[in-house]
Design a protein around this ligand. Structure first.
Ligand SMILES: Nc1ncnc2c1ncn2[C@@H]1O[C@H](COP(=O)(O)OP(=O)(O)OP(=O)(O)O)[C@@H](O)[C@H]1O
Ligand SMILES: [Mg+2]
Length: 443
């Protein structure tokens, strides 16, 4: 996919700025996390939990490190309602590459020949039960031979690391078994050095695993991936400039970093659209400069693209779930709007709300703020453990909330606010948002 020419590497913009896939060409090491992750990957028996805010760059970091350190890996993506058995079967299916394909049969040892035979036996048993009992893939029953130990042997003999993505989506009832599985793998590390699970997930993932088995505390590396600093984001842009032989200029670069708000994906989006606006598709022969007009066009694109997800996030957050005395979500969001982009501590938010509702209960705010960081509520806000601040998880959400509460006359105590999604109001907001960006560039 990546084009190479004689004089210098020639890259396509879509391979350099990758808003929706793991970065390779612009990959920057995260100094604070890098060593911990590498050490944990190299330590036999150590199981790993990588957690952090959505978009904080977990998958990219892990994949880049695995490519450097591991022979192979498989990835299972968890979904809501997925059972422990389905996750095991998913890993089993993916291991077919190592136990059925011709490539691996050629390099088989006696141990793996034995494993391959059992693999085939289990595999055909699964297939025959699918056809005779008309069960779908989702309903397959785990054959008795497919124990966690056997799965461990399959992975271990193939020197294969198992990534479990979105661990937090698995039902709570299934989590203890996954925690137990990690324990089984730890105990097998004597035999298989490389046997390892890396669970990736939202902020609570680490706590959830340890909670089921406190004994695991010392044997699991819990790695928190923080949002990126502005410097780190600028480094991504610089790598892109070098690969494509273009220049954003120092001012635009820091503006991109500021508006990315710690999210590398936003930075990739803006840079990608800026290149599009400047009609750059690949590495340029002669150095090209990008300017404010390209930036403005890129932001318009970004906002237009994001409009559906903004709506959906706000829909989820503001949906009335049950009758309550106060509109808790509106109160919390409106209060958060009155602070800057960095956000606010809970106590300041409470003070703000109490100016409007004098006896507003502290616990209600506590609960609401927690909910607003979850997918069920559109993950509109986030909480930064280091600073103790709550903020909007995307600068666009803040702009939208500002426009919304302004439009509604700052009356979040009033619960009849379902009119905010009318089309005209929304496009007006989008235009205003883009104009606001443009104005800030001129400053
Ligand atoms: N170290 C990095 N260097 C350059 N770009 C990066 C880096 N890490 C992530 N990105 C970019 O940031 C975006 C989000 O990264 P990624 O998908 O890894 O985050 P995530 O934390 O796994 O997100 P999610 O929680 O949604 O799974 C992608 O566009 C990716 O290309
Ligand atoms: Mg990810």
């Amino acid at each position: 996919m990546i084009k190479i020419s004689n004089q210098m590497n020639n890259y396509l913009v879509k391979d350099v700025f990758t808003p929706t896939k793991p970065a390779r060409i612009t990959f920057i090491d995260r100094e604070l996390i890098n060593d911990r992750l590498v050490n944990a990957l190299q330590m036999p028996g150590k199981q790993i939990i990588v957690y952090g805010h959505s978009g904080s760059a977990k998958t990219t970091l892990l994949l880049n490190k695995l490519n450097q350190l591991y022979e192979a890996h498989i990835t299972s993506h968890c979904m809501k309602g997925m059972t422990f058995n389905q996750i095991i079967l998913n890993a089993f299916d993916q291991l077919a590459t190592y136990y059925i394909s011709e490539r691996t049969i050629a390099s088989q040892t006696a141990v793996s020949t034995d494993l391959a035979a059992t693999y085939l036996a289990i595999s055909s048993k699964l297939k025959s039960s699918e056809t005779t009992e008309h069960t779908s893939k989702e309903q397959r029953i785990l054959p008795p031979q497919l124990t966690p130990q056997f799965l461990g042997r399959l992975l271990g003999a193939a020197n294969c690391c198992w990534i479990i993505e979105d661990f937090h989506k698995v039902d709570n009832s299934e989590k203890p078994q996954l925690a137990q599985l990690m324990k089984v793998f730890m105990d097998m590390s004597d035999e298989y050095d490389a046997l390892k699970i890396v669970a990736l997930g939202a902020v609570d993932t680490a706590r959830q695993v340890i909670e089921y088995d406190p004994e695991m505390r010392n044997r699991v590396a819990e790695i928190h991936v923080d949002l990126m600093s502005e410097k780190e984001i600028e480094n991504i842009v610089s790598k892109g400039e070098e690969a494509l032989n273009i220049s954003f200029g120092e001012d635009l670069k820091s503006l991109i970093a500021r508006y990315s708000n710690g999210l590398a994906s936003m930075c990739h989006h803006i840079c990608f659209y800026m290149c599009q606006a400047a009609e750059i598709n690949e590495t340029s022969d002669k150095k090209l400069e990008l300017n404010k007009t390209h930036f403005e066009t890129a932001l318009n694109h970004y906002v237009a693209d994001a409009s559906d997800s903004i709506r959906s996030a706000f829909d989820k957050a503001l949906k009335e779930r049950r009758k309550t005395k106060h509109n808790h979500v509106s109160l919390a969001l409106e209060a958060l709007c009155s602070f800057g982009e960095r956000g606010s501590a809970r106590t300041s938010l409470l003070t703000k709300i109490r100016k409007k509702v004098s006896n507003y209960p502290e616990n209600s705010l506590k609960g609401t703020l927690q909910k607003l960081t979850t997918d069920e509520y559109g993950a509109i806000t986030r909480f930064d453990q280091t600073s103790g601040l709550y903020s909007f998880s995307d600068p666009i959400y803040r702009a939208f909330a500002l426009a919304h509460f302004h439009k509604n006359g700052h009356s979040s105590g009033n619960k009849n606010q379902s009119n905010i999604y009318d089309k005209a109001a929304f496009s007006e907001f989008l235009e205003k948002f883009a104009r606001e960006f443009a104005r800030r560039i001129q400053e």
